[in-house]
Design a protein around this ligand. Structure first.
Ligand SMILES: [Zn+2]
Length: 103
């Protein structure tokens, strides 16, 4: 389920809470392993959720699938859909949820 950097995002689910997420290694030199909410939102909404340790990402739909990019290199407001780093809901048990668990 992993792909090399630059190959776009992979749709999956959070190992803790099961929420749909996008995973991607973003960046060429100092790549960051990103797990973002799969639900796209607007630049403004994602920016409002942004924190020092929670980044928002520009979401491009390419022919090869979704692709996450750093937001900082684009003029704001950005016209593309954005996603925000995934954060499990409060109360989610620490650690990986048991295999086969349905929510
Ligand atoms: Zn989660």
């Amino acid at each position: 389920m992993t792909r090399p950097s630059g190959a776009g995002a992979v749709r999956g689910s959070c190992l803790r809470c099961g929420a749909p997420v996008l995973r991607q290694l973003v960046g060429r030199h100092a790549a960051l392993s990103v797990t973002a909410d799969a639900e796209p939102t607007t630049w403004a909404a994602a920016f409002a959720l942004r924190e020092p340790n929670r980044l928002d990402w520009c979401l491009r739909e390419l022919s090869t699938g979704p692709d996450l990019r750093w937001t900082t290199s684009y003029p704001s407001p950005c016209p593309h859909s954005h996603v925000i780093d995934h954060r499990c809901p409060a109360g989610t048990p620490a650690g990986r949820r048991p295999e086969g668990t349905l929510w």
